[in-house]
Write a protein that binds this ligand. Sequence first.
Ligand SMILES: [Fe+2]
Length: 294
Amino acid sequence: MAHVTEQNLTDVVLERWQEIPDPRLRQIMQSAIKHLHAFVREVEPTGAEWFKTIDWLTRTGKMCTEKRQEFILASDVLGVSTLVDAINHRVPTGATPTTVEGPFHVADAPERGNGENMTEGAPGEPLFITGTVRGLDGKPLAGAVLDVWQTDGEGLYEAQRDVTGPWMRGVYRTGPDGKYVIQTVAPIGYTIPMDGTVGELMNRTKISHMRPAHVHFEVKARGYNGVVTHLFRNGDPYIETDVVYGVKKELIVDFERKPAGRAPTGESVATPFNVVRYDFVLLEAQAEKLRGAA
Ligand SMILES: [Fe+2]
C-alpha cells in the first residue's frame, strides 16, 4: 500500500474505490470522491468547521419524517433538484418543459368534470385555466389527464391547512377536442419552510426564500410522455428569484384579470376573476425513444 501524503491521498482513495463490481456505482463513487476531495482542498476547512458540517447534515436527517423531507429542500435550494430534472427531461422546442414536483402533491386527487370548481370553498380570487393538451404535431389529445394542485389564495397547501377532505386539487380530463377548463382560485407566492436546518442556512444569506405564485400540473396522455410542471404567474414579485430555480420562460403565463361577468365555463361570476390560457404540448413516447437512439 502506498504511504499516504496530503498530495497523494486522493489518488490512493480513488484506487481503493475502484473495487466496485457495478460499473455505474463505481463511476458515481469515483466522481463523488474526486469532487469532494477537490472541495476540501479548495476550502481547507478547520476541524471545527468540518464537525459543524457533519452536525448540520445529522440534524437535517433527523428532521425528515413521512411528511417532511429536509434533504429534498436542501437539494431544491441548491438548484440540484432542478438540474436533475432538466437532465432527465430534455425536450425539443415547442414541447412543454418540466419542472420540479415539489413536496405537496397528494396522490388520488378527486376526479373533476371539465370546468368543475376544485377549491372546496378555499379563499382567493376566482381563476379559470383553460386550453388544449396536444402533441408536438398540433394534434389535440382527447382524454388527456391533468392532475392539478396549488396553494389557495392565502398561500397554503392542503397539508398546511386543518382540513380533512381534498383541498385545492383535482384530476381533470380533456374532452374529445383536447380542451380542458379548470376552475380554481389564484395562488399566491409562498415561503419554503424556514423552521428547519435549511431555513437556518438561508437566514445566513441574503437569498429570497420565496417561490412565485404557481399552479402544479402532472399531464399525461396515452402514447405520450407525461410532464410534471408548473404554470407561474407573470409579474409575480418573485418570478426572477424563485428559491428552488423552477421558473422556465415557457411556463410563465399571464393571469388576465376580468370584471365580473361570463367565465370560460359559460357561467356568470359575480366578482372580478382571472383567466389563464395555456396549451400543454406533449412529446410522443415513440418519438422520444427514437430521439434517444439518435
Ligand atoms: Fe408549489
